[in-house]
Write a protein that binds this ligand. Structure first.
Ligand SMILES: Cc1cc2nc3c(=O)[nH]c(=O)nc-3n(C[C@H](O)[C@H](O)[C@H](O)COP(=O)(O)O)c2cc1C
Length: 152
């Protein structure tokens, strides 16, 4: 079983930290969203999508990859960091994947350092996040996914 995680983490690299923490302990291929005009995901059994949240959704580049490059029938999961972790910010992307007949294994979200707009004036919010326990949470989340034999 081969697993890839497609990541876009352009605000402060917050979400990338989750992916890097997982990659330190598990065999995954990390793919930077936006590096190529199309992303070949056909060779992976399970695909994670990792993103910061902007205006209530995953970054547009991630949504575009789900729309254009995610083959049907794959196992998928979602990781995100956000300013206020008080709802499921992967709802839209989960629906996109389900429409393609993909099986959603799980969603992990946590807070991330945020200096968007006027927040910059006060030094931002969620400084130091994701912290160690949030990174551990992401690794544990991944480890518990029912990816299948040899997938991790
Ligand atoms: C343009 C912009 C829009 C954002 N919109 C939201 C939002 O709607 N909800 C939220 O909780 N956080 C929002 N945030 C905060 C980011 O999701 C948060 O800082 C995240 O950790 C950034 O992840 P990254 O460093 O991986 O890109 C926004 C940040 C930016 C820069």
């Amino acid at each position: 079983m081969k697993t890839a995680v497609v990541v876009m983490s352009k605000h402060h690299g917050n979400t990338r930290k989750l992916v890097d923490a997982i990659a330190r302990e598990h065999e995954i291929t990390v793919i930077d969203a936006g590096a190529n005009s199309s992303t070949d995901l056909s060779g992976y059994d399970c695909i994670g999508f990792a993103s910061g949240i902007a205006y209530g959704k995953f970054y547009k580049q991630i949504g575009d990859i789900i729309e254009n490059d995610l083959p049907s029938g794959k196992k998928v999961f979602f990781l995100y960091t956000c300013a206020r972790n008080d709802k499921d910010f992967a709802a839209h992307e989960r629906e996109q994947a389900q429409k393609k007949g993909c099986k959603v294994l799980g969603v992990y979200g946590c807070s991330g350092f945020n200096t968007y707009s006027v927040l910059k004036l006060i030094g931002g919010i969620n400084k130091g996040h994701p912290d160690e326990s949030e990174l551990r949470g992401a690794v544990d989340f991944f480890a518990a996914l029912p990816i299948g034999e040899g997938g991790k």
